[in-house]
Design a protein around this ligand. Structure first.
Ligand SMILES: Nc1ncnc2c1ncn2[C@@H]1O[C@H](COP(=O)(O)OP(=O)(O)OP(=O)(O)O)[C@@H](O)[C@H]1O
Ligand SMILES: Nc1ccn([C@@H]2O[C@H](COP(=O)(O)O)[C@@H](O)[C@H]2O)c(=O)n1
Length: 418
């Protein structure tokens, strides 16, 4: 089979490469041209030898797993002085055109080791390796595609020049989210697990638990109330109290029956992990339909969590890198039962930290990690607020547990027939 990466060559001139310079969302974008030109300003400051490694195999399960393990592989094999930055290559505005990989800045004293490791990688059907060379005037950078041969020949006929490119309005990952990070129907999520059965046998067990009936149009007799929120915002405390106060049934997503396999899927790349959580919602929805014919139902996490975490994890940086408000990526899957009310618990980060510490889970002291966590939490919370069908009602979980309970009981009275 011809290497799929080769077919990318024809599209190179219109492709944008976007390097994630740090977790705060600083992207360095560049495109390629056949004519020598000055490189983007930020590129000109780069001193080290540079390479890119893009994962572009045909099998989406294998590619996703390969990319997932690539960072560890590179960190283990390359000299410690190699800096790794996530890179995306995409066609602007073209859905599903994104290819991921890493951009390497090699400041080591041993360039031959780096080249040997990358040469071996380049032999794989799934990988495309390129080198970046600074021109003698210092202002020009060129990109050479490696032929993938053992002696690391460069295919000089494929030399392109690095030029500045327009910044994308949103994070490039947005282009590939549908059916890679977020699944808008059961069949698409099932497909991923069906494709992964050979390498993850647990997929079969999960698929057997997923029903086939579409209960989305069924209108339950009793209200179904979903409680959402980041970790330690008080979901467990509130759902237990609501169960008692309303004589309700308590469900959660993912449901209990998936517990034996959750850890297995949590170790998989987003494509497989997100499909697992999506299917968990369909199983919970079936349980909701049954239980809500007899009593009110309270649900700890559901679709809002699945969509919001998936979207917020797929992008990096500030809230502005999320898909814009109103984007179809925030829609509700038409075949998934809608609850009567979704409550989103929010909490001041300091109070959340206090509660986590009281629960015996301290946070890492490392400043960058805290900063990274803060941006991530902001993205998840904003994504929660943007998901539609139904939209969530935000409740401040800062007051005492009793006060939060009373406020949510009032909301249930307002929104639901009891
Ligand atoms: N309103 C409240 N005021 C003060 N403490 C609270 C309140 N609600 C919950 N807590 C405490 O905060 C901690 C986290 O609460 P809880 O376990 O209910 O959150 P959670 O959202 O279910 O967390 P996770 O998603 O991580 O399981 C617990 O120790 C709980 O007792
Ligand atoms: N409906 C759901 C529920 C959970 N998730 C994912 O699980 C993580 C949070 O679960 P906790 O048990 O720790 O509260 C979170 O990372 C979500 O990715 C989900 O996707 N859908």
């Amino acid at each position: 089979m011809a290497k799929r990466s080769m077919s990318l060559l024809g599209q190179w001139s219109s492709r944008v490469f976007s390097i994630d310079l740090d977790k705060r969302g600083a992207l360095l974008n560049f495109a390629l041209t056949e004519k020598p030109q000055q490189a983007p300003e930020k590129f000109r400051n780069i001193q080290e030898r540079c390479y890119s490694v893009l994962v572009c195999g045909d099998d989406r399960i294998q590619s996703a797993r390969f990319y997932f393990g690539l960072e560890d592989l590179l960190r283990n094999e390359l000299p410690a002085e190699c800096e790794l930055l996530p890179v995306s290559s995409y066609l602007p505005h073209v859905k599903d055109s994104l290819i991921r990989g890493y951009f390497l800045k090699d400041a080591s004293e041993c360039p031959s080791l780096t080249r040997r490791v990358l040469g071996a990688l380049g032999l794989s059907e799934q990988v495309q390796v390129c080198s970046y060379l600074r021109g003698p005037d210092g202002g020009r950078w060129s990109q050479q595609l490696w032929s993938g041969s053992e002696n690391q020949n460069m295919d000089v006929s494929k030399t392109c020049y690095v030029v500045p490119s327009e910044e994308a309005n949103y994070h490039p990952s947005v282009l590939n989210m549908e059916n890679s990070d977020v699944f808008y129907c059961r069949a698409e999520a099932c497909k991923v697990l069906q494709e992964s059965c050979d390498i993850i046998p647990e997929s079969r067990a999960v698929l057997e638990l997923v029903g086939k009936t579409d209960a989305s149009r069924h209108s339950p007799d009793f209200p179904v109330v979903v409680i959402e929120g980041l970790d330690a915002t008080g979901k467990t405390t509130l759902t237990e109290s609501l169960r008692e106060a309303l004589g309700a049934r308590l469900l959660r997503s993912p449901p209990q029956c998936l517990s034996p396999w959750r850890a297995v899927f949590d170790r998989e790349p987003p494509l497989i992990r997100r499909a697992f959580y999506a299917l968990g919602n369909y199983i919970t929805a079936e349980q909701m339909g049954k239980e809500a014919s007899q009593a009110p139902v309270i649900v700890d996490r559901y679709w809002h969590s699945t969509a919001s975490y998936a979207i917020a994890t797929a992008v990096s940086g500030p809230v502005s890198s999320l898909p814009p408000e109103g984007s179809p990526l925030y829609r509700w899957p038409p075949d998934l039962l809608q609850p009567s009310l979704v409550v989103l618990l929010t909490l001041d980060p300091q109070e959340r930290k206090r509660r986590l510490e009281a629960r015996g889970q301290g946070q890492t002291d490392e400043e960058q990690e805290l900063d990274h966590n803060l941006l991530f939490r902001l993205r998840v919370e904003e994504a929660y607020r943007r998901v539609r069908g139904p939209a969530c009602v935000v409740v401040d979980a800062g007051p005492s547990a009793e006060k939060v309970l009373q406020q949510v009981l009032l909301l249930i009275k307002e929104h639901c027939r009891l």
